[in-house]
Design a protein around this ligand. Structure first.
Ligand code: IMP
Length: 217
């Protein structure tokens, strides 16, 4: 038996441009990063895994109608873009922006800065969240959205800082979590510091001098 000739494209190596891995020129965003917490590859692989799990779990529910993916603005957009492409079911997208009132511990007290355009009643909905820190904003948002009578309302969070929070204690609510990370401030892949760094393709920790620079204006 003879061995077939490989396709010409596969025989050709991918040329790695070393410049890409060298130190970034001054002024580049990546020069502000002290260390990478999650690489582009790990983030992409996890989004694919979670998408497959969601496909499996919602397959039956989706026979009755599309899953409603509720993306929390602005931090979750990059993760949501990867996640929904890994869900092999009809999905509708809607967006919400909320902030909790400072110092409030009562659930249900949330300020909606941009509301959904979709009526939640009778829908299977999945909130796509960037990060759970104290979990306060999210638990208030869930209380608000529950009152709109969805058939189901679960959460898929990319990152969790694993602090005590009511959301994690509610059985079945936090159904999908990407990664548990140490309690440090992270940026990239949608997450910002002062509205910057959202477009970094990975998640990392900023160098301390970035904060000093920002304080000095
Ligand atoms: P929480 O209500 O304390 O859980 O956090 C609310 C929001 O704060 C999150 O949805 C994020 O937008 C933001 N946040 C919390 N921790 C971080 C971080 O480490 N990096 C960037 N944003 C964060």
């Amino acid at each position: 038996m003879s061995v077939s000739q490989p396709a010409r494209d596969l025989a050709r190596p991918i040329v790695v441009e070393t410049a890409r891995f060298g130190p970034p020129p001054a002024g580049c965003q990546s020069g502000d990063i002290a260390h990478v917490v999650l690489t582009e590859e790990r983030l992409a692989a996890r989004a694919r895994e979670l998408g497959a799990a969601i496909t499996r779990d919602y397959w039956q529910a989706a026979q009755a109608g599309p899953l409603l993916a509720i993306v929390t603005l602005r931090g979750a957009i990059t993760f949501a873009a990867d996640l929904v492409r890994a869900i092999d079911l009809p999905v509708e997208l809607d967006f919400i922006s909320a902030s909790s009132y400072e110092g409030t511990t009562t659930t249900g007290s949330v300020r909606i800065l941009k509301d959904l355009e979709t009526n939640l009643a009778g829908r299977h909905a999945l909130i796509i969240e960037d990060i759970i820190d104290t979990g306060l904003t999210l638990s208030q948002l869930v209380t608000e959205l529950d009152a709109r009578r969805p058939t189901s309302l679960r959460i898929c969070a990319l990152l969790d800082k694993n602090k005590p929070c009511p959301i994690r204690e509610a059985p079945g609510r936090l159904a999908y979590t990407g990664f548990t990370i140490p309690d440090e401030f992270v940026v990239g892949y949608g997450l910002d510091y002062a509205q910057r760094y959202r477009n970094l393709p990975y998640i990392g920790v900023l160098k301390p001098e970035v904060y000093t620079r920002a304080e000095q204006g």
